[in-house]
Design a protein around this ligand. Structure first.
Ligand SMILES: Cc1cc2nc3c(=O)[nH]c(=O)nc-3n(C[C@H](O)[C@H](O)[C@H](O)COP(=O)(O)O)c2cc1C
Length: 195
C-alpha cells in the first residue's frame, strides 16, 4: 500500500476492543461519536435511525442480567455457529455482553425498512473510526439484534427510550482500551480488479 493518510491509517488500526477500563468517556467524546453516526450515508437519505447511548452502569448491568436470562430460553433461528457458542458463554459466571464498557450505543431503525441494517452498520463504522481517532476502544455488539424480539429485552429497551416498534440493528461498546487486540490476518482472494 503506497498511499497513506490519517483516515486510511485509522481504518487500518481500528480493532475490536473487548477489554475496557472503568473510566467513562467525556461528554464531548460522546457527542463526537454520535455526530459521526448521524453523518453516515443512509438509503434515500432516510436518516430513520435512532442512536441510544446508555452510560448508566446500573442500567447497563440490569440489561446484562435480562440478556443472560433471555439467552437461557433462546433458540437461534439459523445455523450460524457463533450463536450457540455465545448462548453457552452467556450462562457462565461473569458474562457481560458489552464487555463491561462504560458506554453502549444501541442503533435501532424504523420497521419494514429494507435498508435498516445497512444504514445502521455504516453509522456503526463511523462510530468505530471516530472512537479510534479519539484514542477510544470500540466493539460491534450483536446480542441485542439477536434478542430483538425477546419480550423482556424489549420491555427494558422501551424503558431506556427505544420504542417497541423499532428494529434493533446493532450496538457499539465504547470506552478506554483496557487491552490492545491483535490484528487478524487478511484472507486471500477477497479482492479482484477488472480494468
Ligand atoms: C456484523 C458484525 C457483528 C459482530 N458481532 C460481534 C459481537 O457480538 N461481539 C464481538 O465481540 N464482536 C463482534 N463483532 C466484531 C468482529 O468479531 C471483529 O470485527 C472481527 O473479529 C475482526 O476483528 P477487528 O474488528 O479487530 O478487526 C462483529 C462484527 C460485525 C461486522
Amino acid at each position: 500500500m503506497s498511499i497513506s493518510n490519517e483516515i486510511l491509517t485509522c481504518i487500518r488500526e481500528r480493532r475490536s476492543t473487548r477489554r475496557f477500563t472503568e473510566e467513562q468517556i467525556s461528554p464531548a467524546q460522546l457527542d463526537a461519536l454520535l455526530d459521526a453516526a448521524i453523518w453516515a450515508p443512509s438509503g434515500g437519505n432516510n436518516q430513520s435511525w435512532l442512536f441510544t447511548a446508555v452510560q448508566n452502569k446500573d442500567k447497563l448491568l440490569r440489561l446484562n442480567g435480562i440478556v443472560i436470562k433471555a439467552f437461557q430460553a433462546w433458540t437461534p433461528d439459523d445455523g450460524y455457529p457463533g450463536k450457540l457458542g455465545i448462548k453457552e458463554n452467556s450462562q457462565k459466571e461473569g458474562y457481560n455482553f458489552y464487555f463491561g464498557a462504560p458506554t453502549l450505543i444501541i442503533a435501532s431503525n424504523k420497521p419494514r425498512y429494507q435498508n435498516a441494517m445497512a444504514d445502521c452498520a455504516l453509522a456503526m463504522q463511523n462510530i468505530f473510526l471516530a472512537a479510534q481517532s479519539l484514542g477510544l476502544g470500540s466493539c460491534y455488539i450483536n446480542q441485542l439484534f439477536w434478542l430483538r424480539d425477546e419480550p423482556a429485552v424489549r420491555d427494558y429497551l422501551q424503558e431506556l427510550g427505544i420504542p417497541k416498534e423499532r428494529v434493533i440493528c446493532s450496538a457499539a461498546a465504547i470506552g478506554f482500551k483496557g487491552a490492545e487486540s491483535p490484528a487478524p490476518a487478511r484472507k486471500e482472494g477477497t479482492i479482484q480488479i477488472v480494468r
